[in-house]
Design a protein around this ligand. Structure first.
Ligand code: MN
Length: 720
């Protein structure tokens, strides 16, 4: 437990100008307000904010941040109000404490929708002032350090998971490397204690055996650097248990097979010496190809600078080496916090001036465009977790993208207007399909056309939140137009049936009732199925007795069922349906006789038939009551043709469309629809609907198309 005096001493060590009085006042205030509250450990509650302040003092934070840390739980857990804080500690501290409280409120939310909304708030809150996040991370660190006091294992695991999913990526993003590693290690201990334990044991065994190896390597490196007059501080350290475990998972190897668990750090005096050291190291030891990274000339987005390389060391072992200067070294541990730390008594560096915040502005950009918080969470989480790929623009600008990024992602990363207008891409000088996966070091040239708009099919393969949100926004706008027209037509039809003249004015009167902004929202809502057209009609004419809406008698219903025909106008080809239910084939998977199928009951829409492997079925995983066991009826009444859908990529050559239709025709198929889904200079993607008898028939056609030279790929389309 840290006492007031110790904390003040700790701050004065780096900030001799500190007015101890502020800290004393904050300390006394927190102690008084938290009163008899206790922690799970049994300690008085106020010890927690003081510990958090001490973590931030370790990071040499400015006084406002430290005071905020001491007061960080007063708004949320005590009678304190913002005005109290303002009058006692000033606007800056009050604002910061309020920011931290906002983040605190969002913790421990388990409902997915809520969590997503909260994550959005979290990013917004911290974007106002990064120190809010610094305090929150220090708070989380102390809570993780004391997590073992919490009794319920589920609660510990939930907190640990939240830490690893949200807080460690954030810490990494702002460059708080040390804190990230500690948070990870602590979470790891609660989430997978056995794995951590076994890695710990293995490491200590190796340590006993291998101390000499580390010394040998350090000595040998010092030797070769001394020969060229470079003064270097060389340290060797084990990688963290969590990163070792992650690597074992990723590469699917055992601990014994992991060759590089040691990392060496060489700290030298200047940037020139960094490169000199690199050259010397590479000339003395064989290098491991593909492992060299120069973060000095192109720093990571979080500001991290260093040279990384891997060589085969003196003991014939792979060793990873990081080369950097003293300044870079300090920044590597503190990251963004370094900008708030005391330097020669001054700390002022405005948030918006710091280049490293680009990612945060990008997040905000995404927030503004996402209509649904779930999408935002999905996009963000996804990005924070994926490993990176680095690609270059023709001018040599480096663009950092998540793994599996495509030229479309690259285009949007350059500028959203470039993404929107993208028609094609050259990878390393050669035209490539827009869904190609980029590799490290690729040079990408984006070809644009002012007539292009984002294609919905892009969404299937893009991986960055930015690209996805732009494409979705475009689709939403386009869809809204379609829904609007459809919804209006639906409503007009009801008016007509019931004998009323349709006017916009009539709808205007019930806009508020449906919590819509205007009548367009109502129309779009009807069109998209979120609002029932008849409900709108009823709201407009509450007293109206409808002939149509009247419930049919049993006899009428019976008759209706007898007369009912499936949508295709053909006899029912499916066995196992409940009598009287309408049936249609799912447009996502286009089931064909020969496919294994399942029926899904949709309220008010009858039964939809899907293939058993259709991705859409995942949506119904937790409503088994809607699943119907069905099969194809091969009887004499079974219809003869069904629509099969093909997904084809062709080389853009004259006559190729003619060839396709000939091949399909020869094989007894009949094209009913053809849609080009994306077009680049050299490749066209298209969807072709073909009337076929069954899967076997479709497979024959696929085989014939695959044998055709101009056709790059042919597959049965799934899920669209
Ligand atoms: Mn706290």
């Amino acid at each position: 437990m840290i006492e007031q005096k110790e904390l003040i001493k700790q701050i004065q060590a780096y900030n001799p100008d500190l007015k101890a009085e502020v800290i004393e006042r904050a300390y006394d205030y927190a102690k008084k307000m938290h009163g008899s509250q206790t922690r799970a450990s049994g300690e008085p509650y106020y010890t927690h904010p003081v510990e958090v302040a001490s973590i931030l003092a370790d990071m040499r934070m400015d006084t406002a941040t430290i005071v905020t840390a001491i007061l960080h739980d007063t708004l949320e857990d005590t009678e304190t109000t913002i005005d109290d804080l303002k009058s006692s500690f000033g606007d800056e501290v009050a604002r910061l404490v309020n920011g931290v409280s906002k983040l605190t409120r969002i913790e421990g939310q388990t409902v997915e929708g809520k969590q997503a909304e909260n994550f959005r708030k979290l990013v917004l809150a911290m974007s106002e002032d990064i120190r809010v996040l610094l305090v929150k991370l220090a708070d989380r660190l102390h809570n993780m350090r004391t997590l073992h006091h919490i009794e319920k294992p589920e609660k510990r695991r939930r907190i640990a998971r939240e830490t690893i999913e949200i807080y460690t990526p954030l810490a990494e993003r702002i460059g708080l490397h040390k804190i990230k590693e500690e948070l990870e290690d602590l979470s790891f201990g609660h989430l997978n204690p056995e794995a951590r334990e076994s890695i710990t044991n293995r490491l200590s065994f190796l340590r006993k055996e291998g101390t000499t190896i580390v010394k040998t390597i350090i000595k040998s490196m010092q030797q070769i650097l001394k020969e060229v007059d470079i003064e270097a501080e060389i340290t060797g350290r084990e990688k963290t248990r969590y990163s070792i475990w992650r690597k074992m998972q990723r590469k699917n190897v055992s601990f014994e097979q992991l060759s590089d668990i040691m990392a060496f750090r060489v700290v030298v005096n200047s940037v020139e010496e960094c490169y000199h050291t690199l050259g010397i190291t590479h000339s003395h030891y064989p290098t491991v190809p593909g492992r060299f990274k120069d973060y000095i000339s192109t720093p990571k987005p979080n500001g991290y600078r260093s040279i990384h390389t891997t060589v085969i060391g003196p003991e014939n072992q792979r060793i990873e080496i990081q080369i950097r200067t003293e300044d870079m070294h300090k920044e590597a541990d503190l990251g963004v916090a370094a900008h708030w730390a005391y330097k020669d008594g001054s700390i002022k560096r405005a948030f918006k001036d710091i280049k490293q915040y680009r990612w945060m502005r990008e997040l905000l950009d995404i927030i503004e465009q996402e209509a649904k918080p779930e999408e935002f969470l999905e996009n963000t989480k996804m990005e924070l977790f994926q490993d990176k790929v680095y690609a270059f623009s023709p001018k040599g600008d480096l663009i950092e993208l998540p793994n599996s990024a495509t030229p479309i992602d690259f285009a949007y990363a350059v500028h959203s207007a470039v993404g929107d207008k993208c028609v094609g891409a050259k990878i390393n000088g050669r035209i490539a399909p827009l869904n190609s996966k980029l590799s490290n070091g690729d040079q990408i040239e984006i070809i644009t056309s002012k007539n292009q708009t984002p294609s919905p099919t892009w969404e299937r393969f893009v991986v960055t939140g930015k690209a996805r949100s732009h494409i979705r926004r475009f689709i939403r706008q386009q869809q809204r137009g379609e829904y609007l027209t459809l919804g209006k037509a639906m409503l007009e039809k009801i008016f007509q049936k019931e004998g009323y003249q349709f006017t916009d004015k009539a709808v205007n009167g019930i806009v508020n009732q449906f919590r819509a902004e205007n009548i367009d929202d109502i129309f779009a809502g009807i069109g998209s199925g979120n609002i029932v057209a008849r409900d709108v009609f009823k709201a407009i004419f509450p007293g109206h007795k409808s002939e149509i809406a009247k419930k049919p008698t049993d006899a009428e219903a019976e008759l209706a069922i007898q007369n009912r025909k499936p949508e295709t106008g053909q006899a029912l080809p499916i066995k196992g349906l409940i009598a009287g239910m309408a049936m249609h084939f799912a447009r996502c998977c286009h089931p064909l006789p020969g496919d294994r199928i399942v029926g899904i009951v949709a309220t008010g829409k009858g039964v939809t038939i899907h293939t058993i492997d259709c991705d859409t079925l995942e949506n119904f995983a937790d409503t088994p009551e809607r699943w119907l066991d069905v099969s194809w009826d091969e009887g004499p009444d079974a219809p003869e043709s069904h629509v099969g859908r093909l997904e084809i990529t062709i080389a853009n050559e004259p006559g190729v469309l003619g060839t396709i239709s000939t091949v399909i025709g020869i094989n007894g198929g009949n094209i009913t629809n053809l849609k080009i889904t994306s077009r680049s200079l050299d490749f066209w993607d298209m969807l072709i609907d073909v009337y076929v008898n069954d899967t076997k028939h479709l497979n024959n056609i696929i085989a014939a198309l695959r044998a055709t030279p101009q056709i790059a790929t042919v597959d049965r389309a799934r899920g669209r």
